[in-house]
Design a protein around this ligand. Structure first.
Ligand code: F6P
Length: 560
């Protein structure tokens, strides 16, 4: 594996430093001088129209950013990833989520580490589709012969956020009368609330865990099994004997994992388990069997459409020169803002209520990938990495935190995402509500870019100190991502777009974006501390003074 190239030692970095030193952002001036700016800086990737024109860049800055991608080997590393090289160095693994959405007849076939990847991917997709069809058609029955009305996905992180976000986004496509719910938190309130109104006889649990060792997921799976048994026993549907219970699990539990032996050890029939492979990272796994709850609720065709959307963007990245490569340019813009203009965060603001879990999904994708301080050869990073991603759907955010984006002291680059067609075309008072909604998306990006000068405020009759309070500086950068409608294909495109933005930033920083060692310490410590909460005095004595004091508080206040 080649050593990472130090981006800060490249001539492109020096050029960017010089641009920063002589740089005065002036979106009003740039648009006035160049009437073609919006057209020139609007690019297409599959069905997505991406308007980059309201970013704080000149053509010269963009050229230096593209040079930076060339000099840090972004294209070469993408090719290495597609070819199955072990670019996940700390886990010695290939990184092949792009293989999950290759076409069934892709040529040449992809073989990696002796595995016929295309064949295996298609076999699992076929099995998922066949199973989903059985559940959707009512051929798959619960133990009492009733059909499934609810699928409860039990997983966390990448085994939860992707399916949960996509189910919420594509709910209008749930056409088989089956709803999905998602249990992730080990806080027992999560499973208690999500199952409170469910009927065990019509509930199917999907236990989703890449490793099948995750404490939260296995604990919730056991709680779900207890809930199923006690509900069925209470209804007189099964007895308390071992064989009735095994039978109940066979009818109401399936699993998704790379560790099918552990699935069997939990008591789920391997015939009802769907596999994937260690070269799929958790946060890149929604397009693997981890999407089973989506294939069931939205249908196998919609799931394949989702994959087709991912693939279209993969192909764009593979085939398009860096200077027109949309995810690469968006990743480079993030480098510009983070490393040269001092941005600490990045807002993602979908004008689509159905995307209300999109920011949460992106947080794992971006921050678990690029929140690193060492490079892929173990050496320290040479510059800041991993900005904080956050967001909420518009227009809700407008009435909450946009104030700070418009008039605060921080630079917050923001992506606005909108769709020309609504999922629910409602009108009132003779007005199309979606039009009113989109007017807000357009108004916000306009206000952020161009602001409002003191002279404009005064021209409206405002005087005195209020003038300053009502002035907007403008030059707040945004990218507008517009698509025809929120369909499975378009959503696949959107997710793949952000996957490749994340990848580009990781390569420039020299980071392995595919491991996540930073979550391990907390997991280990939780296992060491848990006995202290259960009364183990030696585990209590081992803790630091602050943790002991908190444990004492717990002991004093826990009522039973
Ligand atoms: O703890 C972090 C993590 O490993 C994520 O990367 C992963 O998506 C999540 O836990 C769940 O892991 P698993 O699918 O193995 O249960």
């Amino acid at each position: 594996m080649s050593a990472p190239i130090d981006a800060t030692a490249t001539s492109a970095w020096a050029q960017l430093d010089a641009h920063r030193a002589s740089f005065t952002p002036d979106l009003r001036g740039w648009f006035a001088q160049d009437p073609d700016r919006a057209r020139r800086l609007s690019l297409a990737v599959a069905d997505l129209h991406v308007d980059l024109s309201k970013n704080l860049v000149t053509d010269e800055i963009l050229a230096s950013l593209v040079l930076l991608a060339e000099q840090t080997g972004v294209a070469e590393r993408y090719a290495a990833m597609l070819a199955g090289e072990h670019i996940n160095t700390t886990e010695d693994r290939a990184v092949l989520h792009t293989a999950l959405r290759r076409l069934s007849d892709a040529t040449p076939a992809l073989t990696v580490d002796g595995q016929d990847v295309d064949h295996d991917v298609q076999a699992v997709l076929d099995a998922m589709g066949a199973f989903a069809d059985r559940v959707r058609s009512g051929q798959w029955e619960g133990i009492t012969g009733k059909t499934v009305t609810h699928v409860v996905n039990i997983g966390i992180g990448g085994s939860d956020l992707g399916p949960a976000m996509i189910f919420e986004a594509l709910k209008p496509y749930a056409d088989a009368g089956i709803q999905a719910r998602f249990v992730s938190n080990i806080d027992p309130a999560d499973i208690a609330l999500k199952t409170a109104d469910l009927d065990p006889e019509t509930t199917l649990f999907v236990v989703a865990s890449k490793t099948f060792t995750t404490l939260e997921t296995l604990t919730n799976a056991r709680l779900a099994r207890d809930w199923l048994w006690s509900g069925l026993e209470h209804a007189g549907a099964i007895g308390e004997d071992e064989s009735s219970r095994t039978d109940a699990v066979a009818h109401h539990f399936v699993a998704v994992s790379t560790a099918l032996d552990k699935v069997a050890a939990f008591g789920i029939d391997p015939a009802n388990a769907f596999g994937f492979w260690d070269w799929v990272g958790g946060r890149y796994s929604v397009d693997s069997a981890i999407g089973l709850s989506l294939a069931i609720t939205l249908g196998p065709d919609a799931f394949r459409e989702l994959l087709a959307g991912f693939h279209a963007v993969d192909e764009h990245v593979r085939m398009t020169p860096l200077a027109e490569n949309v995810p690469v340019i968006m990743g480079l813009l993030n480098i510009w803002y983070t490393n040269f203009l001092g941005a600490q965060t990045h807002a993602v603001l979908p004008y689509a209520q159905q995307l209300h879990r999109f920011a949460a999904y992106l947080q794992q994708l971006t921050m678990e990938s690029n929140g690193k301080s060492v490079r892929w050869d173990g050496s320290p990073v040479t510059t800041g990495t991993g900005e904080i991603f956050w967001g909420e759907p518009g227009t809700n955010g407008q009435h909450a935190f946009y104030q700070l984006i418009h008039q605060g002291t921080r630079l917050i680059p923001a992506d606005f995402i909108a769709f020309a067609n609504p999922a629910y075309p409602l009108a009132t008072d003779g007005r199309d509500v979606h039009g009113l909604f989109l007017a807000n998306f357009l108004a916000q990006t306009k206000a952020l870019a161009f602001g409002k000068t003191a002279a404009e405020v005064e021209a409206e009759g405002t005087t005195g100190p209020l003038v300053a309070a009502r002035t907007f500086a403008g030059n707040r950068p945004t990218t507008s991502i517009f698509a025809p409608a929120l369909t499975p294909r378009v959503l696949g495109e959107l997710v793949a777009l952000y996957e490749h933005i994340t990848f580009t930033q990781g390569v420039v920083w020299g980071i392995n974006s595919f491991d996540q060692w930073g979550v391990e310490l907390g997991k280990q410590l939780a296992l060491q501390i848990a006995p202290a909460l259960e009364g183990d005095e030696s585990a209590f004595a081992e803790q630091d003074a602050s943790t002991r004091a908190l444990l004492e508080y717990y002991r004093e206040h826990r009522s039973h």
